[in-house]
Design a protein around this ligand. Structure first.
Ligand code: NAP
Length: 298
């Protein structure tokens, strides 16, 4: 029940109606008996600054930030966490000391999901990332921060991958390479990688028949294949990887883990992850479309 003491959390996005975060966070608030509520806020780009001031004036305690505002919010914040600064994008706002602090929990969410779902520590590992957009930047910095040995970036726009490679090289010890997003180049890199991580939206609902240009016959069974897409959970890439005997990880554990880190920043409480996972799965099921194709790929 909403009372005069209920604190408010939310998500700003455009669109925002398909987000599963309200279901996930409201389930977590209820499970812990916290007097809080998490609401979706539809914010069109020209209204972003006014929306942030409004959320502040209304006493909102924290918010997630999604497409297309993850980079655009930065000029309106008082502080950035070191991760958000390096990545250049924010997915979580926390009300702190007179202004919003911007965090990015996507990368740490990915690394945690690898550890928790597959028992895989990234120290010394060689990772091949498809993409150089916001999610790829978050994952690349988190891998580098967790001690990955080699990070190879393959992106459609080579220039964007080179910018990320330069940013990584300034801050991290990892060896960084850039490749074209083409089967021949990927074939060579796959032979020298422990992890393949798809950070492209290719294969996402509704275009579930699409797949990144990965030469499937080069996927060896000692490779771990991850897809950040969570709708559908079993993308064509993950299905092909499973057929080749690879261990796989879909995007839902990362979604839950990034949400859990945000929840902990807002509430100071340990997030009820299993509750959040169930709520996210149910919300995705209700959203229909991609839903679930086959196993979660663990
Ligand atoms: P983004 O910033 O828009 O970046 C998109 C990336 O995909 C860029 O590298 C872009 O290449 C590339 N790309 C787009 N369409 C392509 C195509 N048809 N062929 C080849 N490359 C293409 O998006 P994002 O925020 O990084 O999100 C990427 C994916 O990660 C989405 O599926 C999103 O749902 C997922 N994600 C999942 C989680 C999670 O918690 N599981 C969190 C964040 C994001 P160019 O640079 O050449 O344009």
């Amino acid at each position: 029940m909403i009372t005069g003491r209920t604190f408010v959390l939310g998500i700003i996005g455009w669109p925002v109606e398909h987000s599963v975060s309200p279901a996930m966070h409201n389930a977590a608030l209820t499970a812990l008996g916290l007097d809080g509520v998490y609401v979706p806020f539809y914010v069109a780009p020209p209204d972003l600054e006014a929306a942030l001031k409004g959320l502040w004036a209304l006493g909102v305690r924290g918010a997630n930030v999604t497409v297309p505002h993850k980079e655009a919010v930065i000029p309106f914040l008082s502080r950035l966490s070191p991760e958000a600064k390096a990545i250049g994008a924010v997915n979580t706002l926390v009300r702190e000391d007179g202004g919003w602090t911007g965090y990015n929990t996507d990368g740490v969410g990915f690394v945690r999901s690898l550890e928790e779902e597959l028992g895989l520590a990234v120290g010394g590992r060689r990772a091949l990332l498809l993409g150089a957009g916001g999610a790829a930047r978050a994952v690349a910095f988190a891998l580098a921060g967790a001690g990955a040995g080699v990070i190879t970036l393959a992106n459609r726009s080579r220039e964007r991958a080179e910018v990320l490679a330069r940013d990584l090289a300034r801050q991290a010890q990892a060896e960084v390479h850039v490749l074209p997003l083409e089967p021949e180049a990927l074939a060579g890199a796959l032979a020298e990688s422990d992890l393949l991580i798809n950070c492209l939206p290719v294969g996402m609902y509704p275009r579930v028949e699409e797949m990144p240009p990965v030469p499937v016959e080069k996927l060896s069974s000692n490779l771990v294949v991850c897809d950040l897409i969570y709708n559908p959970r079993s993308t064509r890439l993950l299905q092909a990887a499973q057929a080749r005997g690879c261990r796989t990880l879909d995007g839902l554990p990362m979604l839950v883990a990034q949400g859990a880190v945000a929840f902990e920043l807002w509430t100071g409480k340990s997030a009820p992850r299993e509750t959040m996972r169930l709520a996210a799965e149910q919300a995705l099921g209700r959203a229909g479309g991609g839903g679930f194709h086959g196993s979660p790929g663990r």
